[in-house]
Design a protein. Structure first.
Length: 148
């Protein structure tokens, strides 16, 4: 068993302090925009939707990992923006975030668009590929789904 250095925390958008929101968005930008070299609209308008939850490990300004959980129009839950700070990788933070997102999603199917190289990692949580591979921002992705 991997030991995570801090608990997974969760809040809706309105409960995030400006300092915490800044730290969460900075981690997302550091990983997806800078590290993965993808200029894309990370601020897509979904962070503040009703039912959206933000899960993280760490305290601002040092957020170790993050995940966004959304409610889709059909009631499914959508996991996205899963990221871990480079210095915090390999100790189970992302797994803890996914476990908590699945706990919060109990009774609902869960969907995601996973980077293709992470297929087997997500399959260990019960996800299965649900459609053809596609390229988003130059990175191959697979739609994946986990039943309720």
């Amino acid at each position: 068993m991997v030991i995570v250095p801090a608990p997974v925390r969760s809040a809706d958008f309105d409960s995030l302090s400006p300092t915490l929101l800044y730290a969460l968005l900075r981690l997302r930008a550091d990983v997806f925009v800078v590290e993965q070299d993808c200029a894309y609209p990370d601020l897509d308008g979904r962070d503040s939707e009703p039912g959206a939850r933000h899960l993280w490990v760490g305290d601002e300004p040092e957020i170790a990992g993050y995940l966004r959980l959304l409610v889709e129009p059909d009631g499914a839950r959508r996991i996205g923006r899963v990221c871990t700070a480079p210095g915090s990788r390999g100790i189970g933070i992302a797994a803890s975030l996914v476990d908590e997102a699945l706990r919060l999603s109990a009774g609902h199917p869960v969907v995601m668009d996973a980077q293709t190289y992470l297929r087997a990692w997500y399959e260990r949580f019960g996800f299965a590929v649900s459609g053809p591979e596609f390229v988003e921002d130059g990175i191959p992705h697979l739609p994946m789904r986990r039943g309720a």
